[in-house]
Design a protein around this ligand. Sequence first.
Ligand SMILES: [Cu+2]
Length: 165
Amino acid sequence: MSDAVVELHSAAGDAGPVRYPWKMGMGQKNQQFVPGTLVVPKGSTVAFPNLDNVRHSIYSFSKPARFTIELYGRDQTRSQAFPIVASVKLGCNIHDRMRGYIRVSDTPFADKTDHNGYVTLTGVPAGPARVTVWHPQLRGADNESTSALSVTGGAQAHKLKVTLR
Ligand SMILES: [Cu+2]
């Protein structure tokens, strides 16, 4: 499963502030949200640049993070803050098929799976941990699936494969 968000919470605690190496931005290009799935730390402000010739709006239909951004045009950017942990589904009022997903996370050990379904998390402390997988098409409460695992050989990179059951 690609573009599934994988988060690991270690029983050893999370090391320091949550920061990810990718941009806190989601563009609109060719009438799609790009990237279609974005993981951001809790408290982030996400930029939404419109790179199309047509105008787009943005609305969230996720309860914990409802908002609306009115229509805006080419080369304009709007932004939105995400102060709480949430899974946010986005749409555009003009283009019904546009869907974007933002996962607001509170752990430094988070990423989304690549096109082969793999995710690599680095710097995870050894010991027991809880892994949560989120994907909009995942069955179950809140489109999430959580499992326990034990991390061995801490500080190494850990590669997980996510498959749809
Ligand atoms: Cu649109």
